[in-house]
Write a protein that binds this ligand. Sequence first.
Ligand code: MTE
Ligand code: LUZ
Ligand code: MOS
Length: 764
Amino acid sequence: MKNYDSYQHVRGESLFLDDLTSPEGVLHAAIFSSPIAHGLIKTIDFHEALNSSGVIAILSAKDIPGENQIGGIIPDEVLLASEKVDYIGQPIALVIADSYLNAKKASNKIKINLEKLPPIFDPREAFRNNSLIIPSRTFEIGDVERAWKSCDLIIEGTADSGGQEHLYLETQAALAYPQEGNKIKIISSTQSPTAVQRTTARILAIKMNQVEVDVTRLGGGFGGKEDQATAWAVMAALGAYKMKAPVKLVLKRNDDMRMTGKRHPYSSDFKIGLTNDLKILAYEVTFYQNAGAAADLSPAILERTLFHTTNSYFIPNVKATGISCKTNLPPNTAFRGFGGPQAMFVIESAIFKAAEKLGVDPFEIQEKNLLNEGDEFPFGQRAENCNARKTWNELKRKINFEKTKVNIRNFNQENNLIKKGFALMPICFGISFTNTLMNQANALVHIYTDGSVGISTAAVEMGQGVNHKLRQVAAELFSIDLEKVSIESTNTTRSANTSPTAASSAADLNGKALENACRIILDRIITNIARELKVDDLKRLLIKKNILLLDNKPTEFTWEKLIQKTYTDRVSLSAQAYYATPGIYFNRNINKGKAFAYHVYGTAFIETALDCLRGIYKITDVKIVHDFGKSLNPVIDKGQAEGALIQGLGWMTIEEVIYDERGKLITDTLSTYKVPDLHFTPDKVEINFLEDSENPMGIFNSKAIGEPPLMYGIGGYFAIANAIKAFKQDTNIDCKAPMTPEKVLISLYSESIKQKPLKITKES
Ligand code: MTE
Ligand code: LUZ
Ligand code: MOS
């Protein structure tokens, strides 16, 4: 069950965009971008740059034949700024030269004159200035106002989570070729080939059928190429279209880090009300999302935040308001979890604070309020096949929780320098694009006359193993060797009007479409051979392990012979098929509906060891019981769970995106932006598969895996908080992530760095 991509990867044979053999006469592009966070462009002088060695052209907004607009959800973002700039790194011009170095050198010679305007970087300040991307939205269930009266304890507080750099190994990249008839072909490192196609057509004022987008694989996307691969692909296309020559655009790492958006930082206010027996009766929360300078995917991300307000808990009275705040930072964008993690950090913070006040452990409140079968989410959907408690109980059993707790307590009594801390982290993540219409996919299958199979779908391979899973689906349905099946590049001429590979649903959606296509061909093959063998009941015929069986006995027809026969009889060996998730809907006027095909559940135990002298910590031990459904490929799925966990832990602990007071990213290299490495990785990570989990909504009963395990990482924050409190019980945990070692050290020893105290309006 190895992911077949791994052979090529480790041998350096996989072709990423920058590895492709350059076409004859290829030109190279570099970006000239805004040096200030907010201002008006007065004059630009290209003169010296144009005379620079090797420069062929400099393209700016006036060279765009169509509409200078790349906004996907809201048309609020230009491809190239011409009058106003809204963040540092915003593209203004495309310098095209005979080499990248010459293009880059020339771009440094462009002179720009700007009139500065006051920038805003803080989402709450943006809110006060009414600088919003969309009107605020509220999801509501029950009646919080009435419920407060029945609460024994009400706590209010603030929780903030930071941004996160995607750090895909392959930076943003595209290569565009002019074709005959005003057509254009783009090879792009994108999760959304159709978005590249649509936006190119808009920018160049041509039709979508004049644009072909092709994607072999991505060196990682993590959401950073769901929307934000588009601009670079379109710029390469613009260059190729105007120059009538191939144009390649590959961002250097620090340009990529500076110019692209990240996970949205959120600042949130919460109010949580509990009864003395630890039932959460009411929860009110306001999310201030730092959207950056344009909408990008922010409205959809904000919506997913609202959907995940209560994580895996049932709370009868909830009022959740989301506010998308426009600031002068690069537009923030999709990142694994898509707003869900931000919501879940806030409810976990609220529970942590309530536990502190009540003098209980957070897990007691967590356990008491876990979702049960049939419980209603604030958006009206009910929990079905709910595995929240199952994974929780199974995990507690697996780790011998009572004993583990005692061991940690004993350790802390005996040790002054190192303190251990732990947290339990349950997750519940909805699977489907929250925008119902996006839940569709298609597949095209060809069986060639030698019996080999070629598959095209909308799925983009970015390391998550979707290609391998799709191969498995076809091999299983035809009952042939995996080696006979190959996955073609993702291409808009073979797979049209596709949704991005996102929302963890690529294997679900494309797998089901592929199943439909395979069944169509299989049906034709069997019907045809039944005629030949004079068999009336088609059920007597079955392909098994490359052989046609009749009444379970092998016939002379191997798969190859069968395919030859089908072809000779002039029966089509190709099929195109479609899948749309059934039964989902969502009414945005009342914010109610069945938005998700299903939920993914799981629970993690996270343990940390904190060095109380130096403030550094190690996440020592993670044990998880995760609901994979019937895993399509346990090796790939386990890898996804591990990768997502570490990425989530990084977000909560050591990864810190910092902009200076002018809005300039100062963490724009790997020496200033710290990501988890092998040393950071917990010594022990144990991922257990929840047994007996079925999922009729997934392909072969599997469940989506890409994003949900990231949210286990949130437990890392609270495990460290727990260790800090073991060192100094009265430390104020401010619920601001990331919990960097510097911050830990300060909180261990500084009295002066105290956040404003919590407001407690009622006490038990
Ligand atoms: N795994 C790897 N190796 N690289 C990636 O870029 N992206 C993640 C996840 N796992 C990613 C990854 C994100 S954000 C999503 S939405 C899913 O993969 C998308 O793929 P899927 O729908 O096939 O799970
Ligand atoms: N993209 C999107 C997503 O457009 N809608 C979603 O609901 C979503 N969810 C997760 C990741 N990407
Ligand atoms: Mo993933 S954030 O849906 O690309």
